[in-house]
Design a protein around this ligand. Structure first.
Ligand SMILES: C[S@@+](CC[C@H](N)C(=O)[O-])C[C@H]1O[C@@H](n2cnc3c(N)ncnc32)[C@H](O)[C@@H]1O
Length: 389
């Protein structure tokens, strides 16, 4: 999730966390969602997986899925496997709960934050005095791409910019009470998304980096992890959402590290100079773009990277890398958690897209349970002419 969700962090500057809390009713409502989601993904889902594995048709589909050549389309198999899953009431209940929690995060979360609106506004105004570190450039005239405009990502009313206090909702409501249990979308049960980010950054192969760029940086959750692993690096990011960028720059300053953020469509024009970055990180980005826009983005990232620079990517695993049952679970997000391009990207191959854009040493692997985080990394060749020869 793109707004920062974990403020239980010793690196926050003094006074940068509110001293007030949500009301008892507001907090309890969110805790209930967290508990129900934990039960759903931790108890019901393993039963549904066992039921699938015990089903004759489920077994046959799993065997076909495992034998399939990498990259082969799995659409028909996933559709057939979904039918098997949907014949099981445990699976249906587990999916009902997932959808219900995803909606209730906002149905309950927004009123809980609204009860404290005056306090959050006063807190934000007082924090406005904190010196902003780095730069924020919202001046570019950026046309929102069709694939982005009007999508209510993850069922978030109004999309990323739809509610002025989404930053507070994720930091003080959904983050600590619901997401902290893991077990939603590609995130495994009990997984800690803050640690997952830091582990992903450790996949950069060099000891140290000069300038690192993150397209789709959102509220800087990932740039914060980059800062913790490579404190020497100069951090730059872009996003299509002004609200996320403003919120992100404020949060980075509260943590005490500078970031340089720019409004940009990174699949079109980052506004960055040729060969100006030593490293690029992308996190939870590519499944939100149609494959064509991803291909354009990789060409643009290749342009701004120095020869020899590294790119590290974390995105949900491709269908070919997960079990048949888990492929059904991931595929479900496309229709039910407002993720229009999730399945299209998971059927495609980021590895192939990187190679098409000119990257070499492309490799992909999992660093966590259920193949998540799934890391893809590659290098821009040090000498392009030598590569071409
Ligand atoms: C799921 S969020 C992940 C945010 C961040 N990378 C993180 O780790 O929290 C995806 C982000 O990508 C941004 N985004 C989507 N398409 C983009 C594009 N073409 N250019 C720049 N940002 C984009 C969205 O606005 C959103 O903030």
């Amino acid at each position: 999730m793109t707004f920062l969700t974990n403020l239980d962090d010793k690196t926050l500057k003094d006074g940068a966390v509110p001293t007030f809390a949500l009301s008892q009713r507001g907090r309890a409502g969110m805790q209930l969602l967290g508990a129900v989601q934990k039960y759903s993904s931790g108890v019901l889902r393993p039963i549904a997986a066992e039921n699938f594995a015990a089903d004759k048709r489920g077994k046959a589909l799993s065997a076909e899925h495992e034998a399939a050549a990498p990259g082969e389309s799995a659409r028909d198999r996933i559709n057939a496997a979904r039918e098997v899953c949907e014949s099981d009431n445990v699976y249906r209940l587990e999916r009902f709960i997932q959808r219900w929690v995803a909606e209730e995060n906002f149905n309950r979360g927004i009123p809980a934050i609204e009860e404290r609106r005056e306090k959050f506004e006063a807190f934000n105004a007082a924090q406005g005095d904190t010196e902003l570190l780095g730069t924020l450039d919202l001046s570019a005239q950026v046309a929102l791409p069709k694939y982005y405009d009007r999508v209510e990502w993850h069922l978030e009313p109004g999309g990323w910019d739809g509610y002025d206090l989404y930053g507070a909702l994720f930091a003080y409501g959904v983050g600590p009470y619901v997401f902290s249990h893991g077990g939603y979308a590609a995130v495994g049960v009990g997984d800690d998304i803050t640690k997952q980010r830091a582990n992903t950054i450790r996949q950069f192969p060099k000891e140290s980096y000069g300038r690192i760029y993150e397209p789709g940086c959102g509220g800087v959750s990932t740039l914060k992890a980059v800062n913790s692993v490579f404190p020497e690096a100069e951090l730059h990011g872009s996003d299509l959402s002004p609200l996320l960028l403003k919120n992100g720059q404020k949060m980075a300053s509260r943590f005490g590290f500078p970031v340089h953020l720019k409004l940009a469509d990174a699949a079109h024009d980052t506004g960055e100079a040729d060969e100006s970055y030593d490293g690029v990180i992308t996190y939870a980005l590519h499944h939100e773009l149609p494959p064509k826009a991803n291909r354009e983005m990789f060409r643009e990232l290749f342009r701004i990277m120095k020869p020899g620079a590294d790119i590290v990517i974390s995105d949900p695993p491709p269908f070919r890398a997960v079990s048949m049952f888990h492929a059904v679970i991931l595929d479900w997000d496309t229709e039910h958690r407002e993720e229009p391009f999730f399945s299209a990207v998971l059927h495609d191959s980021l590895d192939a897209m990187l190679e098409e854009a000119g990257f070499t040493n492309v490799e992909s692997y999992a660093i966590g349970q259920d193949q998540y985080p799934w890391v893809t990394r590659a290098v821009k060749p040090a000498t392009l002419a030598a590569e071409a020869a």
